[in-house]
Design a binder for this molecule. Sequence first.
Ligand SMILES: [Zn+2]
Ligand SMILES: [Zn+2]
Length: 132
Amino acid sequence: MGKSKPKRRMTKQRKKILEILKSTDTHPTADWIYDQVKEEIPNISLGTVYRNLNVLKEMGKIMELNYGSSYSRFDGNPKNHYHFTCVGCGKVMDVDEPIHVEINHNIENKMDCNIDHHRMEFFGQCSECKNE
Ligand SMILES: [Zn+2]
Ligand SMILES: [Zn+2]
């Protein structure tokens, strides 16, 4: 079967956006990425940045972290991993913890289904905020 994905070119803009995302682990918003890209490609628009982020996501090069009503954040690491969000300062950090695949197996057994992946989010106070 195999899903056929439309072929996408790695344009200069797209490459730059990916480069910026890969160079940070702060899980930035599109606005932050826009500010960075603008320094190298001054005539780029925010809409173009959004479009390219979507394409990169479709290509499986990046991950979008959607937090409901607040802004999406983007991750240059497309492999499934857990995140911790500090409710004090709002930063989003990678959690150094392997993906617990056994949860998938438990649910597959209980529901007679196939699980591709799961999301798990951690919220609390980071090491700086908890001491304030
Ligand atoms: Zn914090
Ligand atoms: Zn991450």
